[in-house]
Design a protein around this ligand. Structure first.
Ligand SMILES: *Cc1c(COP(=O)(O)O)cnc(C)c1O
Length: 488
């Protein structure tokens, strides 16, 4: 493997990757005269076109992506995203429309927003949606703000939000940012919400229960109706974290489970490539009672066509610029329309089948803390390997040597040494088997050759990093050379 140096290190004075013709019009010197324009960028790398192209092509090959292989990050729903959605979202008419365009020039765009909203209503069984939030976490915050706005109007915003101990970390942070105190609800032996515990905790100062269904163990909360009854009886709301919609889509609807507010992650369930920071989209769906508080603007249809409704006195206001990540919405709409109801149903059925295939094939090699049947993901632990001194980190790193992306590690927190696997529906049996074989080899290596796991990965560009050192002792500006880097 060629150790690719930094582009600064291959720089040679005077080289250039482009050549522009001489200017054939008079030069106007004075336009930028009073602006702080840099004459020269100090240390800017100077390379030829082939050097430039090869540098970045080589670097791109050291990366891993869902177009290259299986990406079993649990909770993240790293499905393969059909390229046709990308093509539609990149239509030049979408690319050239501007958020400040006059409304009558963007009627088609507004129709897309409205149509997506209506389809999400249909898919989830909620009454209305806002497409504004940029991600699941922002959707959670918006959802909590809606609940708070309604409770405030009733005269008491309440103090506490209940959250199961298996929840994603964004749940407590969203509740906290919204001004609530978070109280944990313990899971029972099946990994679901313990009803007795909930009954005890559900007091009149509780604003909401934030519940993930299926939860982060992949277990469906069969008592969801009873749970909703307990919470509603004391005037609280059910917030459902819908990040795991891939397990339900087309087969059942959160709205029918008495959920009051839900967020979806379009970049997970509805097929937008993600990881590395976005763009994403976390639409929030609500039941009727909460509609007046939704962020402005909402897209409505009037006599003269679609318009943006800002005249919503009870609204919590704007929660971001413009109308959300429009192209992510376009991709989601293209995805939903290309699959149809039958296709959606198949998505969740195959996602569940794939996960259960992996679970069954690996259950003797890797410990399952919870034996309850699971849907679209399954959570193993490193308990069997621990006796040989091997942790989930060693297993994850060794998988990289076998050419497979590691699963999510150490989450949910209620499983010690967790390895959380979510294959999604887009993986073939062949790809699942490659993963299963690698995991079985690793289970064997843990017994016979634990050192090979301790030192993994062996086959990669960069070996095991000192993660704590990297976090505590950040070197944000590199001034050495690649050779030195290697040595260090
Ligand atoms: C991904 C995820 C979130 C957060 O969503 P983002 O879009 O990453 O902000 C919340 N809850 C669960 C269960 C998730 O998997």
């Amino acid at each position: 493997m060629i150790r690719e140096p930094l582009i600064f290190e291959i720089s040679n004075e005077g080289k250039s990757a482009f050549s522009l013709p001489n200017i054939d019009v008079p030069v106007k010197e004075d336009i930028l005269k009073n602006l702080p324009v840099r004459k020269e960028i100090a240390g800017f790398p100077q390379v030829s076109e082939p050097e430039l192209v090869r540098h970045f092509t080589r670097l791109s090959k050291t990366n891993y992506c869902v177009d290259e292989g299986f990406y079993p990050l649990g909770s993240c729903t790293m499905k393969y995203n059909p390229k046709v959605n990308e093509k539609i979202a990149n239509n030049h008419k979408f690319l050239s429309s501007h958020p400040f365009s006059p409304i009558d020039l963007v009627q088609g765009n507004l129709e897309i927003l409205k149509m997506t909203e209506e389809l999400l209503v249909e898919i989830t069984g909620m009454d209305a949606f806002t497409l504004q939030p940029s991600a699941g976490a922002q959707g959670e915050l918006v959802g909590m703000m809606l609940i708070r706005a309604l409770l405030e109007e009733k005269g008491d915003p309440r103090k506490i939000v209940l959250i199961p101990d298996s929840a994603h970390g964004t749940n407590p942070s969203s509740a906290h940012i919204c001004g609530y105190k978070v109280q944990e609800v313990k899971s029972n032996k099946s990994g679901t919400v313990d009803l007795a515990n909930l009954l005890n905790a559900m007091k009149e100062d509780v604003a909401a229960l934030m519940i993930t269904n299926p939860n982060t163990l992949g277990v469906f909360e069969f008592d969801i109706k009873k749970i909703a009854e307990i919470v509603h009886a004391k005037g609280g709301f059910i917030y459902m974290d819908g990040a795991n919609m891939n397990a339900l889509i087309g087969n059942c609807r959160p709205g029918d489970m008495d959920v009051d507010v839900i967020h979806l992650n379009l970049h997970k369930t509805f097929s937008t490539p993600h990881g590395g920071g976005g763009p994403g989209s976390g639409p929030v769906g609500v039941k009727k009672e909460l509609i007046p508080y939704l962020p402005v603007p909402l897209v409505e249809k009037g006599e003269k066509g679609y318009f943006l409704d800002f005249d919503r006195p009870k609204s919590i206001g704007r929660i971001r610029s413009f109308y959300g990540n429009f192209q992510v919405v376009v991709k989601a709409l293209a995805y939903v329309l290309s699959l149809g109801h039958e296709g959606m149903k198949e998505v969740s059925e195959i996602a569940v089948l794939n996960s259960n295939y992996i679970r069954k094939c690996l259950e003797e090699d890797f410990h399952l803390e919870y034996k309850t049947p699971t849907l679209h993901e399954c959570v193993f632990s490193d308990k069997f390997q621990k006796v040989h001194g091997i942790t989930n980190l060693d297993i994850a790193k060794r998988l990289i040597d076998y050419g497979v992306h590691p699963p999510t590690m150490s989450f949910p927190l209620i499983v010690h040494g967790a390895l959380m696997v979510e294959p999604t529906e887009t993986e073939s049996k062949r790809d699942l088997d490659i993963f299963i074989d690698a995991m079985k080899k690793i289970a064997q290596e843990a017994k016979t050759n634990p050192n090979v796991l301790k030192g993994a990965p062996h086959e990669t560009y960069v070996r095991r990093l000192d993660e704590i050192g990297a976090a505590r002792n950040q070197v944000l500006k590199w001034e050495g050379t690649a050779a030195q880097n290697e040595k260090d």
